[in-house]
Design a protein around this ligand. Structure first.
Ligand code: 8YV
Length: 328
């Protein structure tokens, strides 16, 4: 029997490709070219499944051009690159890659928070530029992490990981805001208290954003919210570009409306708002929160296992639109 054809839309670990080749006729983009939509459609025609990253947008136009497509497996927990309704309407299954990246991403959230609050990159640039001539009492004096109030917006698995690190590791007071309140046991485990968004912005010393991107979460932080924060506060975004109004943030950083920001994601990335590149009090990283070798490998294998689970055995591991399965 011939193997079903699939596409791997971006470069990935060779062992993930090998695993998929056992079950499928595999077309790859191992050169890791950034395909325009027309090229993606061209390569996707006739394929039964596709392995995507969050850079590939799968919408109604793509789906209509590729009617053989049965499953889109994202190597990412976030799936705002998918039009889920369009997939469900056409009976196409969507899967993501949750859980395997939770702790790694929470680690990075903390790394970015600490680098931001303690001005790590700003001071390194100063040193590398040969400007370090003497010690002085206020040189790169930042703000404390231990004992401070940590405000987390978006208290899913990664948000909870950041809360646990803050509360248990650094003795922080943790407050959170989320669409729904956590159960009492989870709140106790994270030592986190539920507050309104306004109270969080007003009281937190450090605000970390871990909310999924949607029309409802677009510009969760804009000029009005930045104005509510303490002038000594830091803001960290490891969620998605578009959660923060980057132009408003650059202005707030320039005006010292808030002390500093740490950003791993950007509106329109990989382009970065030019004003963010010129303000000194921001730490910028290129969307690497999940980037450890074991975690990226686990994400790749989970996406592959979803393709195999569904197309070979009829049982995907982490479906996003299970209504498609029920309709089969
Ligand atoms: C990925 C991410 O690196 O999982 C997510 O949602 O943003 C990152 O972990 C990236 O999206 C690759 O698909």
């Amino acid at each position: 029997m011939s193997k079903p054809p699939i596409l791997i839309a971006r470069a990935i670990f060779p062992d993930v490709i090998t695993k998929l080749e056992e079950h499928f006729e595999v077309d790859t983009n191992q050169a890791d070219e950034i395909w325009p939509k027309a090229k993606l459609i061209d390569r996707l025609r006739g394929k039964h499944g596709v392995f995507t990253t969050s850079s590939e947008r799968i919408d109604a136009e793509v789906l209509d051009a590729c009617p053989q497509l049965k499953i889109v497996a994202n190597m990412a927990v976030g799936y705002n690159n998918f039009d889920i309704d369009a997939m469900t309407a056409r009976g196409v299954l969507a899967t993501n890659a949750p859980d395997v990246l939770t702790e790694t991403t929470a680690d990075f959230g903390f790394a970015l928070l600490m680098a931001t609050a303690r001005r790590v990159t700003e001071s390194e640039h100063f040193l590398r530029a040969g400007k370090w001539e003497k010690w002085s009492y206020d040189m790169f004096a930042g703000s404390d992490i231990h004992g401070a109030t940590l405000g987390i917006i978006g208290m899913g698995r990664i948000g909870q990981g950041i809360a646990r690190r803050g509360a248990h590791g650094f003795g922080m007071k943790v407050v959170y805001h989320n669409r729904s309140r956590l159960d009492a046991a989870t709140e106790a485990e994270c030592k986190a208290s539920y507050v309104s968004k306004e109270e969080l912005l007003r009281t937190a010393d450090h605000v970390v954003l871990v909310v999924p991107y949607s029309a409802a979460s677009h510009h969760t932080i804009g000029a009005a919210e930045l104005a509510q924060m303490k002038p000594t506060a830091t803001l960290v975004n490891i969620a998605r570009g578009g959660i923060v109004d980057d132009a408003a943030l650059a202005q707030a950083l320039r005006d010292r409306r808030i002390a500093a920001a740490g950003l791993d994601v950007f509106e329109g990335e990989p382009k970065v708002h030019p004003d963010l590149l010129t303000v000194p009090n921001v730490v910028l990283t290129p969307h690497i929160a999940s980037a450890t070798v074991p975690t990226r490998r686990a994400m790749g294998h989970l996406a592959a296992d979803n393709l195999i689970g569904f197309l070979v055995h009829g049982r995907p591991l982490t479906p996003l639109n299970p209504a498609v399965l029920a309709a089969k």
